[in-house]
Design a protein around this ligand. Structure first.
Ligand code: KIV
Length: 276
């Protein structure tokens, strides 16, 4: 009898109880989720997929159906990580009821462990509404990419008077019942101060090493994104590797070095001898 290994998937509850720094990366496809899953506590199906996968110039045009399709792929490709799926722009800001319908659709159709939504004080009522109805919510404060036009671009948030507001946002998100909060692109001392004040885990991106965890967009850290934000550290050079592989493939096709008899079925021996 074969022994089946039972892998227990992280839940928002087990994530909140983790002592060690929390490891989160974005994932958008099943094969990538399979590769990242053994190393990550959480996989985020971020609406950054609009820019990373679909080449959009912001996340604003990402739809609920896109999030569901990619959420399903990432859940299928992973076993251990807690999968969190972003609520896309326009699917939750109107009312807590609209947010519940969107979040429930994501949870039911993907099997994700929770949803993430952008916003602080102004979203507190919505977060509470979802949490009270059984939907684990991760907050997202600091730079909110869905508000890129209101922010005046993708920039560092928290200078001057803004710092007080970001802190109020963090406290409101915690108070509303979020199990964790992403802090994006803020001044380091502000993210550090928020992390000290909150009891839920903070996940930083362009934030602070003091955060309880870190997240990066996977294509950025793999070196695929042409011009990643300055807070990204690249851990591989896959962009260059892919270009090199494509160049070698093109050369092999153009010189008829590929395919060879090895890659063909029933190739006559005299032709196999002719061809490399
Ligand atoms: O959409 C996303 O990938 C995100 C991360 C940048 C945190 O929200």
């Amino acid at each position: 009898m074969s022994k089946q290994q039972i892998v227990r998937r992280h839940t928002p509850r087990s994530i909140a109880a983790l002592d060690a720094p929390i490891v989160m990366l974005t994932a958008y496809t099943a094969p990538m989720a399979r590769l990242l899953d053994p190393h990550c506590d959480m996989l985020l199906v971020g609406d950054s997929l609009g820019m990373v996968v679909y080449g959009m110039d912001s996340t604003l045009a990402v739809s609920l159906d896109m999030m569901v399709a990619h959420g399903q792929a990432v859940v299928r490709g992973s076993q251990k990580a807690c999968v969190v799926v972003d609520l896309p722009f326009g699917s939750y800001q109107e009312s807590p009821q609209q947010a519940f319908r969107s979040a429930a659709e994501i949870m039911a159709r993907t099997g994700a462990g929770g949803v993430k939504l952008e916003g602080g004080q102004e979203m507190a009522e919505t977060i509470q509404f979802l949490v009270e109805r059984g939907i684990p919510v991760m907050g997202h404060i600091g730079l909110k990419p869905q508000a890129v036009h209101a922010h005046g671009g993708f920039r560092t948030v928290g200078r001057g008077d803004e710092a007080e507001q970001v802190l109020r946002d963090a406290l409101a998100v915690e108070q509303a019942g979020a199990f964790s909060v992403v802090i994006e692109s803020t001044l380091e001392p502000l993210s550090r101060a928020i992390t000290e004040k909150l009891s839920i885990p903070t996940i930083g991106i362009g934030a602070s090493p003091a955060c309880d965890g870190q997240v990066l967009v996977v294509d950025d850290m793999l070196g695929i994104t042409a011009t990643p934000p300055r807070f990204v550290k690249t851990f591989a050079s896959l962009g260059a590797d892919i270009e090199q592989a494509a160049a070698e493939y093109a050369q092999a096709v153009r010189t008829r070095a590929f395919p060879t008899a090895k890659e063909c079925v029933g190739m006559p021996t005299e032709q196999a001898a002719d061809k490399p």
